[in-house]
Design a protein around this ligand. Structure first.
Ligand code: FAD
Length: 110
């Protein structure tokens, strides 16, 4: 869990760094960061509920609320499946600019 949390955190820092540098890869990394961090957050909250056992899902304890709160982060600000598409398209565009993928192939798959 700690490894995933730290990976998620550093992905966000990398996206912020690339944005500060005005680098084009920012768009790609920001999309990766959005879907990865929100999915890691959901996993961590789910584990937190496990730790509390049955009490974790009782409304009055407020713990299950975290799961609802974290779930929505996978949906708004660009649903995660859409972020995957954005990241994929951005990666293909970058590979096209570097001449690794031809323009025809890039157009057909994006
Ligand atoms: C609490 C809350 C606050 C919000 N605040 C704002 C706000 O301030 N401003 C604003 O503009 N909007 C806001 N929204 C709306 C939010 O941006 C949308 O809910 C979000 O874009 C997802 O759209 P949708 O709900 O229509 O789901 P859909 O677009 O119908 O998506 C449903 C599911 O299908 C998947 N999906 C959709 N298209 C594809 C595709 N092409 N390929 C693969 N999978 C796909 C999605 O990943 C998702 O899992 C808010 C929503 C909520 C719940």
């Amino acid at each position: 869990m700690m490894a995933e949390l730290m990976t998620a955190r550093y992905l966000v820092y990398l996206a912020a760094y690339l944005a500060d540098q005005g680098r084009e890869e920012f768009k790609y990394v920001a999309s990766l960061a959005k879907f990865y961090t929100t999915e890691v957050a959901e996993k961590i909250v789910s584990k937190a509920i496990d730790v509390h056992g049955g009490v974790g899902v009782i409304h009055e304890t407020g713990i299950e609320r975290f799961l609802r709160d974290v779930k929505i982060t996978e949906i708004y600000e660009g649903a995660n499946n859409i972020q995957r598409l954005v990241a994929f398209r951005q990666l293909v565009r970058t590979l096209m600019k570097k001449g690794i993928v031809s323009q025809d192939i890039a157009k057909s798959i994006t």
